[in-house]
Design a binder for this molecule. Structure first.
Ligand SMILES: [Zn+2]
Length: 143
């Protein structure tokens, strides 16, 4: 844990915690109104995968794969955008954003970066989406 880091210092509310093991946590984003927008974050404070342990590096792919499958089974989407920037919070985290068929064209592809942060999604819808996402995961470890 690193003092002052927004990820290290912030506990994930249980309703938004989709998956967690000793290496990774996955939460539903609380920015935007996009349901199924997940954030995969390392439990350790690292900037990017160049600092990952062998264990983190080898589990990363299967966790990401499992999350994407869960999103596909839960959200009717045409693409799942994944990226990591770590500019605002220098702690490794990956955005997984389902892009539905009804997302306006202006926000598709790189346009997703300008997707409005407000309004946020209805908290009840987020919770039920998280329940559905959790049920679709083959491994359901939450510690
Ligand atoms: Zn951190």
């Amino acid at each position: 844990m690193t003092d002052g880091c927004a990820i290290c210092s912030r506990a994930i509310p249980p309703a938004k915690l989709v998956y967690q093991d000793e290496l990774w946590s996955v939460r539903h984003s609380d920015e935007t109104n996009i349901l199924g927008y997940l954030i995969l974050q390392s439990r350790r404070h690292i900037l990017d995968l160049s600092e990952a342990t062998e264990e983190e590096a080898s589990s990363y792919g299967s966790v990401l794969c499992e999350l994407m499958s869960s999103i596909r089974k839960t959200i009717d989407c045409e693409r799942i955008y994944t990226f990591s920037l770590a500019e605002m919070v220098p702690h490794f985290h990956v955005h997984l954003i389902p892009r539905t068929g009804y997302m306006p064209r202006i926000f598709r592809g790189r346009g997703v970066m300008s997707y409005p942060l407000q309004p946020v999604a209805d908290p009840h819808l987020v919770e039920s989406t998280c329940d559905r996402l959790r049920r679709q995961l083959r491994f359901q470890e939450i510690r």
